[in-house]
Design a protein around this ligand. Structure first.
Ligand SMILES: Nc1ncnc2c1ncn2[C@@H]1O[C@H](COP(=O)(O)OP(=O)(O)OP(=O)(O)O)[C@@H](O)[C@H]1O
Ligand SMILES: [Mg+2]
Length: 459
């Protein structure tokens, strides 16, 4: 039992008496002689409970309480009240205080209150966690040897604080693995904070990760906490980590190494206790070799690598996955209007097993969701199975830009230009003048592009 507790009281006597009582019980105790000191301490330390004096010179207890509730709405605050200030303590309860204790403090009552407050906080976190895991229905299906290995790695790494990097193609379940590690770790009652490194523009990534102070840059209207701070005590999930710019990588490196950082425009160095899990669908070793990913950061993140296999390498799990998803979708979509979950005819099943599933589990899931809506009878026949597959094979990819995702802008431009010209060329029966006109180019210009891209000019 080591929950850190903060005491904010201007009376030194109260701080030391209460501090001693709590320390004797094994709690870590911080104290502050004023509201302002208490608030700044909260910004740099992880605290599970606050004792707060109702009446203090300077910033009064009620104002401090409001400030705490604005920034840490779930942090329980117990008011300390003198006999004549009970009415203020009662008002504080209305403002969100957990309870109050009266001076002189009764040891038993105070300790019972501490236990209740901490327990309630844990329960509400656990509750939230359970609710979200129920909603996401995030059970991990798969019994084939490669998935067994993944599950073993999860079991082994979860109780530790080791950094884990999860590698695998799009839609293989990397995020699910990350959430599972957090759920099974001692940090499960604390936050799991996801950062999609690919989705944040380079100019904003520092503020996103580390936060900023009010006015630190033009669009910084108020103080904002970064993801590292929000994840304190819990886990941060750096998704698509290989998509970060070198500039952002340098910033992350320091935070990862030292678990310390400053908000943009902030003077104070914040320390946090955060477990780091990262993931990427890129060949990160190749990214390092190409100089696009810092080697030092790679070694920091890659303590325990977990490789999630593509679906085509675990087809023996298909029946389990299909049963699971179809059952889930039918139950959800049809609200009991359909009695049985449909099954694939042998010919239709062959289509499923022979498909390469480039979008992996996500593609399979989308496919089955579609089928659960479209199929009326008990049997999924060949034609439907085939038609729906055609429709969703692209939906398995997360973006229409997918084919260019791993290229630089110039490479992507060239690749696009080449396919575009090839396509038009074919459409115009390999006629240079016609194709040039179609593309709005001079024939000479088209000729040089054909040459550049090595496109054969058939006679
Ligand atoms: N083994 C599994 N059992 C059940 N559901 C799974 C499994 N693997 C993945 N899923 C589901 O498939 C979907 C895609 O998984 P997830 O988002 O974790 O993939 P990802 O590897 O992070 O994909 P991306 O690279 O596109 O970000 C999710 O809805 C997830 O719940
Ligand atoms: Mg993902």
């Amino acid at each position: 039992m080591n929950n850190p507790i903060l005491i904010i009281d201007d009376e030194k006597g109260i701080r030391s008496v209460l501090g001693d009582i709590l320390q004797d019980e094994g709690y870590t105790v911080y104290d502050a002689g004023s509201g302002a000191d208490g608030l700044s301490l909260l910004r740099t330390r992880l605290v599970d409970l606050v004792f707060l004096d109702v009446w203090m010179p300077g910033m009064g207890g009620l104002d401090v309480l409001k400030a705490i509730k604005a920034d840490w709405p779930d942090l329980p605050v117990v008011m300390i009240s003198g006999h004549s200030k009970i009415d203020m303590a009662v008002r504080a309860i209305k403002e969100g205080a957990f309870d109050f204790v009266e001076k002189p403090l009764s040891i038993d009552k105070t300790l019972a209150l501490v236990q209740n407050a901490l327990r309630l906080q844990e329960l509400s976190r656990e509750n939230r966690q359970l609710r979200s895991s129920l909603l996401q229905e995030n059970v991990m299906i798969g019994e084939c040897p490669p998935m067994r290995r993944v599950k073993d790695m999860i079991q082994q790494s979860a109780p530790t604080d080791s950094r884990v990097i999860i590698l695998g193609e799009n839609g293989t379940g990397k995020e699910l693995v990350a959430r599972e590690i957090h759920r099974l770790s001692p940090r499960f009652r604390k936050p799991f904070v996801e950062v999609n490194c690919a989705a944040i523009p380079d100019t904003l990534i520092e503020s996103e990760l580390f936060g900023h102070e009010k006015g630190s840059f033009t669009s910084a209207l108020g103080q904002r906490k970064g993801k590292f701070e929000l994840a304190n005590g819990g886990t941060i999930f750096l998704d698509e980590v290989a998509d970060m710019s070198l500039n952002a990588q340098a910033k992350v490196l320091r935070a990862v190494q030292e678990m310390r950082f400053e908000r943009i425009g902030g003077e104070q160095t914040l320390s946090v206790d955060v477990r780091i899990i990262s993931a990427t669908n890129k060949d990160i070793v190749a990214e390092v070799a190409a100089g696009r990913f810092r080697e030092d950061l790679y070694y920091r993140l890659n303590v325990v690598p977990i490789l999630v296999p593509p679906l085509r390498d675990r087809l023996e799990d298909l029946p389990l996955l299909v049963d699971h998803f179809l059952g889930q979708f039918c139950a959800k979509n049809l609200l009991g209007s359909k009695k049985t979950v449909p099954h694939f005819s042998p010919e239709a099943w062959k289509v499923v097993t022979e498909h390469s599933w480039p979008g992996n589990i996500r593609e399979l899931k989308n496919y089955l969701e579609r089928l659960s809506v479209m199929v009326d009878g008990d049997v999924i026949e060949l034609d439907v199975a085939q038609a729906m597959l055609g429709d969703v094979s692209n939906a398995g990819q997360s973006s229409p830009l997918e084919p260019w995702q791993n290229m630089s802008l110039n490479e992507a431009k060239d690749a696009f230009e080449k396919s575009f010209i090839e396509e038009k060329f074919r459409k115009n029966q390999y006629s240079v003048p016609k194709t040039a006109q179609d593309l709005g180019l001079y024939p000479s210009n088209l000729h040089s592009k054909l040459k550049k891209f090595g496109i054969e000019v058939e006679k």
